[in-house]
Every structure is written in C-alpha cells, then in structure tokens.
Design a binder for this molecule. Structure first.
Ligand code: OOG
Ligand code: NI
Length: 481
C-alpha cells in the first residue's frame, strides 16, 4: 500500500497504538508511571550493555523498543470477533496463533492480532491479545441465556468505523483523511464505560459464575484491559515497581532469568478497583465497583523451534509439578529456585541454541569483516544457496562461515504469547474464580469459523523469516566477493 494516495497500514497501526496509549494513560494513570519506569530501565540497559544495543540494531528492533506494546481485549460473540478481525486488517494486523485457556480455568480461547512481516513489525510492533468468551462452557443454562441476551443487545462498533472498514475493503486502503477518522472511531470500541448496561443483580450472578464473564457480559464494550510496554530487564522493573508504589503481581511468568532470553517473561500490576454505576430495571443507576484493568510489562527473547518449545513446555511443567502448587506470593522464592535449577537443562548461549536447532536466528553477512580470500575459494556459495535447507554439507559450510566471523547469528525475537503465562495473567486479575480447569475440547475450528479465516501458524512465520535471512545473507556474500 502507500500507492494511489492511500495511507500505509503501518502508519495507521502506529497512530492507533499511540492514541490507545494516550487514552489508557489518562484512564489508568499508574500505567503512565510504569511507562516512565520502563523507559528509565531500558535506557540504562542500552548504556550498560553495548552488546544488547548492537544486537537490537542488527535485528532492526532498536527503534521499536520505545513504542513496543501489546494490549488485550475480551469479546462476547462470534460476530464481534468477525468484525474485530476486519477492523484489525485495516491496520495490517492478522490473527496469529490459537490459545486455548480453558484447561487453565479461563473460559476463553484467543488469538493475537499483529503484523506478520519483520519490517512491518519493526515499524510498529503493536499487537492485541484477543479472547472470545466460551459461553458453551457455562453449565448454568438460565444464566447462559441471560448472558446471550445481554450480548445480543450491544453494538461495540460505531456506525462510522463499520463504514470505514467497508471502504477499506472496497478500495484496498484508506486515504489519509479516512485513516485519521478510522483511528478516532476505532478507539471508541476500546474505551472504558463506567455505566453498565446490566443490573447489579445480574452482574453479581455473572461474577459468581466467573469474573471474566462479568467483565465481558456486564459492559457496553471490550474495554482495553491492559497495555504492556517491552522492557530489556524485567527483574529490575519488577523491583522498581515496588519502590514506586505500583503493586506488582507475585510471580514473573515464563522462563527464568537467563543470559540469552527465550520466548517471553511477563509480570503485571494488580487490577484497579473502579467505581461503576449499574443500570437497574427501574432505570435508576446503582453504585458499585469492578476490577479488571491493569498494567503489564514483558521482556521478549528468541523464538523457539518446535523442538525448543517442546523442551520449554516440558521443563515448565516439571518445575510446576515439583512445586506442587500454583505459584503464588507465599511460594514465589521457592518457585524461582526450582525454575532456575530445572531450566539448567536448557542451553543458555546462542550458538548452542542454534546448533541444536532449539531457536530461530537471522543469518547476517558481517559487512565490516573482510571476506578472506581463502574462504572465498573454498566455498561455492551458489551450491550453498541451492542446497542449504536440507543438505548437511552446506550446513557445515555455513557453520564454517559463522566460525570465521563472516556470518553472524542474531536472535529472531518471539512476537507471540504463552498460554500458561496468559492464564497466570488472567487469574491474577480476577476475583472469585471458582474453577481451576474446564472440561471440554479445545475448539480451534469453532474459533476460526467465527473469525472467518484461519489463524497463521507462528512457527511457519519464524521459519520463513529465518530462511529469508539465509537467502539475503548469501546474496550479500556473493556480491561482496
Ligand atoms: C489477556 C491475558 C493474556 C498476555 O500478555 O499473556 C495476556 C487478558 O487478560 O485479557 O495479555
Ligand atoms: Ni498481556
């Protein structure tokens, strides 16, 4: 896009994420304090660790660190999810991954809307973890009917945003002016409403069933429930939160602290108790409160292959079963100790992660290292390129180039989410959740039917990024001979 005077989707996504951040800072001022803290810590890390700065420059992430954030919303119906998919497409965001949270006691299934191309991600990494409530898991038939009726009564999109989405689909983009209107109109869907469309009595019954059901069914729209900046040192931010009077949750979710970060580590500050007015059947408002909105931080590491991910899942569940309980305030330090010792089995240097096929990497020609003529004569780069993917001799040749310092490896950052961590984030911000797990099948088909498309497989995307970098690297080497 960008041609025919149409606005680039990356620009719309960037403007939308800035507008969303400004709105959330004014709605939840603690989030602004968290942003300041994260910015301080990131500046410090980049000053103290030139190697991290170099790495982020090589991967093109350096400029996006300060604008990095994700948010989360929870939707009530298939039709809402379908329109939301069309809304995100205007901003170049597509559904990646399927997350089933029912086994962890949260009656939703989810995807993440995000850009999929590395360059687009570097321009604006904004993403939204989007969950759809699974009313099919609710046993109470009467309550289920009431919930369905309440959801059928709400329209979470403005008429103007729907018109602009249709326009985008017809003309293949939006003009600058339409793009600006789109940002303003789309933002309305994510706004907080302190007047609810349901009675206090219904809200209470929904809450008793599950905090999440009350949060979705009890409100006019899917208020953004958190935004998450990316930090380069989550342990320091967690410490700093306490000092600044921002109450952190007890446990940092995900892998332990490592020299070479993998996947994703996350923590949040506890949800605020906010005043709301319930609309009773007589039309009068009754005061009450609701707890849903919070702030979160994350530290991202290298994306893992299927093999690496299997090892991660295995070690995480080993650590949890060794703890014998859900990690919480009382057992936090014991949990970290167990986690660290169990994860000693996960190699912690990039070369081993690469050589054992545990993680995805960019291959980059080191331009400033002169290409030694001995290496040039020994290697036939053409054959290397043709057969790299499945030929072990060529892999050996590539390894040689890495060892000679002609090619360097840089970690491909994990852009997605982790179901166990996500469940921990959900749970820490809900009260009165009675069930620890829901029976019932994971239902990706049903989810994709609602969405209207298949979700992208995140592993395919990382594998593509890696092979594209190999081709580019070989091209650069050939042209430098
Ligand atoms: C989503 C929780 C999951 C994450 O970062 O893993 C999440 C929610 O609370 O709606 O945002
Ligand atoms: Ni989150």
């Amino acid at each position: 896009m960008g041609s025919n005077n149409l606005k680039d989707s990356n620009a719309i996504r960037h403007e939308f994420s800035m507008a969303m951040s400004a709105m959330y800072q004014s709605e939840v001022p603690l989030y602004g304090d968290l942003l300041d803290l994260v910015a301080e810590v990131n500046t410090e890390v980049l000053t103290q660790h030139p190697e991290i700065k170099d790495q982020l420059e090589h991967t093109g992430e350096i400029d996006r660190i300060s604008m990095e954030r994700h948010g989360a919303i929870r939707l009530g119906t298939a039709a809402e999810l379908h329109m939301m998919r069309r809304l995100f497409a205007v901003m170049g965001m597509y559904p990646v991954g399927y997350y089933d949270l029912a086994p962890a006691g949260v009656p939703v299934h989810s995807t993440a809307f995000r850009a999929i191309d590395a360059q687009d991600l570097n321009q604006s990494p904004f993403r939204v973890f989007t969950s759809l409530l699974r009313l099919d898991l609710i046993g109470d038939e009467v309550l289920k009917k009431e919930a369905i009726a309440a959801l059928a009564n709400r329209q979470i999109f403005t008429a103007n945003v729907i018109r602009l989405i249709e326009r985008f689909e017809e003309q293949g983009g939006l003009t600058s002016e339409e793009g600006e209107q789109f940002v303003t109109e789309a933002l309305e869907t994510f706004r907080w409403h302190d007047k609810t469309p349901v009675s206090k009595e219904l809200y209470q019954r929904l809450l008793e069933q599950h905090g999440l059901i009350a949060d979705v069914v009890g409100f006019k729209g899917p208020h953004i429930n958190h935004l998450t900046p990316r930090t380069l040192d989550i342990d320091t931010v967690q410490q700093g939160m306490l000092a600044k009077g921002i109450p952190p949750k007890a446990i940092i979710e995900g892998p332990p602290k490592r020299d070479c970060p993998i996947l994703l580590r996350q923590t949040s500050f506890k949800a605020l108790e906010e005043a709301v007015s319930f609309k009773n059947p007589n039309g009068e408002y009754e005061e009450g409160h609701h707890t849903a909105r919070f702030g979160e931080i994350e530290q991202r590491g290298v994306a893992l292959t299927t093999k690496g991910r299997a090892l991660y899942d295995q070690l995480l569940s080993q650590a949890r079963s060794q703890l014998g309980a859900t990690p919480n305030e009382g057992n936090a330090s014991q949990y970290y100790q167990i986690l660290e010792s169990v994860f000693e089995a996960f190699p912690d240097d990039y070369r081993t992660l690469h050589d054992e096929g545990l993680a995805y990497f960019y291959y980059q020609a080191v331009n400033d290292s002169p290409y030694p003529s001995s290496a040039a004569s020994e290697l036939n780069l053409n054959s290397l390129e043709e057969s790299y993917s499945d030929d072990s001799i060529s892999k050996q040749a590539m390894t040689q180039l890495i060892e000679q310092g002609i090619v360097r490896l840089e970690p491909i950052v994990y852009e997605d989410f982790l179901p166990v961590s996500a469940a921990g984030i959900f749970q820490s911000n809900l009260h009165g959740d009675k069930q620890s797990s829901y029976e019932g099948n994971s239902n990706q088909n049903e989810f994709e039917k609602a969405l209207g498309v298949h979700v992208y497989d995140e592993l395919d995307l990382y594998a593509d990024q890696q092979s594209k970098s190999i081709q580019e690297c070989l091209c650069a080497l050939k042209s430098s001979i």
